[in-house]
Design a protein around this ligand. Sequence first.
Ligand SMILES: Nc1ncnc2c1ncn2[C@@H]1O[C@H](COP(=O)(O)OP(=O)(O)O)[C@@H](O)[C@H]1O
Ligand SMILES: [Mg+2]
Length: 854
Amino acid sequence: MRLTERPLFYWVLNRFRGLQLFLLFVIVISLFFRVFPLEMQRKIINVAINLRLLDKLYLYCALYMGAVLIAGLLKYYTNTLQAVIGEKILVGMRRDLYQHILQLPLTFFHRTQAGSIISAVTAELNAIGGFLGGALAVPITSVLTFAVFLGYMIYLNPLLGLLSMGIYPVELAVIPLLQKWYNQYNRKRVATTRAMASLVNESVSGIHEVQSNASFMLEQNKLKRLIKRLYKIMVKLSIFKYGIKFSNNLFQSIGPFLLFLVGGYLAIHGEFTIGALIAFLSAYEKVYDPWKEVIEYYQTYQDARIRYKQIMNLFDYEPQFLLEPPKEGSRDLAGTIEAKNVCYQISDSIQLLDDISFTLTSGKHLALIGFSGSGKSTLGKLISQLYRHSSGSLSINGHEVEELSKIEIADGISSVSQHPFIFTGTVRENLLYSSNALYLHNLRDALPDRHQLIEVVKQVGLEEDLIRWGLRSVIPPQRAASLIPSFLQMRHIIQNTLREEFAQAIEFYDATKFQQYLPIGVNIIFGNYDGAYSAEKLLKIKEFREFLRDIQLETPLTEFGHMIANSTIDLLGDFIEDEFFFQGSPIKTTQFADYKELIKNTEISSLGNLSSRKREKLLALALDFTPGIHKIATLSQQLENDILAARKVFLKKIVSIDIDQCANGMIQQDILAIKEDNIDVSHDPTFTPFCINQYISAHSLRDNILFGTVIDRELIHNRLGTIAREAFEGHGLVDDITAIGLDFHVGSKGDNLSGGQKQKIALARALLKKSPIMILDEATASLDNTSQTRIQRYIEENLRGNTTVISVVHRLDMISGYDHILVMKDGKIVESGNYNDLIAQKGVLYDLINENRE
Ligand SMILES: Nc1ncnc2c1ncn2[C@@H]1O[C@H](COP(=O)(O)OP(=O)(O)O)[C@@H](O)[C@H]1O
Ligand SMILES: [Mg+2]
């Protein structure tokens, strides 16, 4: 049976039957503990109280309490178990459904809005889960419980028992009626929610257009109608839902009325004991519980049924192709591709391809050219089984395409579509996507290794991009560990060969020199403490505060802070709105008022009178001061020398590093030795000194290699990629950076990538698959001319003979290298042959090329 045709109860009856039976069993057991207290109640009144037997009273009370407790615990247990079973069934249902959806024909996805699909497989399915777990056990036990209590009541008094049941038939007539109305609106609710999900999904996907057109009102208006409709539906649903509740309650209170009347009459005439009457009343109340459960069950069942039906209706289509090969072993597609009178018709009036015939032997390269909209992409999709042709014969290596399975096609054909899709994740994950899929089906022995990845990356011209991403990334310590020697080697190369060239662009770290482009705080500790620097963070460290005091820097720095605040207020007071001028001061425009207030009426000589919090703020200001950037104040030579001296003491005393060793380091071979022997990182694992042989894990790879503060961003940005490449190539270090770049995160759906980068990744992903057939649909259209030509040359030189290529080519100057050319127009092939023949023929191709030239 097709998945979408299964009734809701198929899942209940076919999954976790043992567990469901066990649930039923536990519920039946718990029934006893629900009736038992009633009997105790009767005994307490009739026996213990009436006969004044204290020991019996204790006994019955204890039994009563015990039973109530057990009943409660069992209820707790069965509720949980029921939910667990429901979720378990849901897991399988969701998995099967998702699998089914992914295999549906593309045409289904053209018709159906993504939002509806998302809503169906997430929220709508969730709502069914609650029902599934108890689908069998709950109705059975509720009816049983109902019967047991009813039996007990009849046992106590047949007349009263039957009388109190009289209302239920009436209720049975009314509730389904209300439910029917409820269901009707419930269906509308599902449909409306889906429509909303689709709209929201669309605006989110097209957020570029929305924001650049400021079409907020337009989008809002589309949703407004649905929001209103949903509101009305929800109100109606509540009316019916609580209507059912109301009628239920009403009927329930008619019961005791009858009981009091008739039961009271009987008791007064001595035909019924008080104990029995109380037990009867309790039993009557208890009957209400299973009844309520039945009603609730009925309601959730109706709800689940409707949602389920609507979900399954949405996906009620057949996949067009087999998923797996029918027999063992998949068929080899390395062979001739042959199309005979292939047509593709999507409706009576629309025919996208008409009478397509061609033969392409293994290893040959075919170019598809023609006007936009002529059916080139469609033909590619027919061959790669994304569409199914309506008539004619299309075969690969003698196998009809429509008889091949999806997996065989995936194995045999790699395609790059016109607008390739990049998945959220890293570049590496995207490159391995196709190979990974085949690997999971045991069609590949291993995933491409680092060497192969880098090879392909170079072929598609992605290397420069990867180097840039690699340099930009902050590498997690575990990943960096084995590469640190390489990174330090890169740093040495830059220091040795490019120091001169970069002298104006970078202030290199030097432990023996005051750094004009580092804040004073960093100048003192000369390292990275716990991620990004901030003076406040530094001042929170007790040791650091004590150190500043001991070295007698606290007062001069606070005074310097006062000076900065003073001149900022004097000089920039009139430019408070202008961020630009404030670049010259460590005070931000937002802090201006604060500092103004702080130093009001405070002379530099009376700083001691300020509160310690205020003094700390001035101190922080000084620590944030970066002489190379902040021109609002000048650091005296004296203070600069003191800071440098303080650094030496700090490194020695606090982190046990010798400043000279830190600055000069050892020769390359000793990098690791230095790290282990001479640098005591154990003192504070969050602190990393800026020593020449120390990798700074909080910094990007670029900053680690440059080992300094970038002053001229422009120059570094423009030149570093190329320079790094030249400098590192000889040492075999480029691949290390490229490999780091593979872990670059491409953003949601590849949003961090340019169109060209996306195409390069898609190409690399297809090449890594190493399939005998490759279909390229304008696969290099977003690339620059040089890259296009290079890739074209690669395809011609390396794939010819071993890979059959069908390529939709948009640049006519690139087709001369193809073995065969098909010119398409309006879904038909208008010319077919090799380049020279077609040119000599002076037909359509000839005209096209000449038109282009003009
Ligand atoms: N699902 C569809 N329904 C109707 N027309 C379609 C559908 N898909 C594609 N088309 C039409 O088919 C024609 C061929 O499209 P395509 O193969 O993408 O052209 P090409 O790649 O040559 O530019 C176009 O006119 C396009 O509008
Ligand atoms: Mg196209």
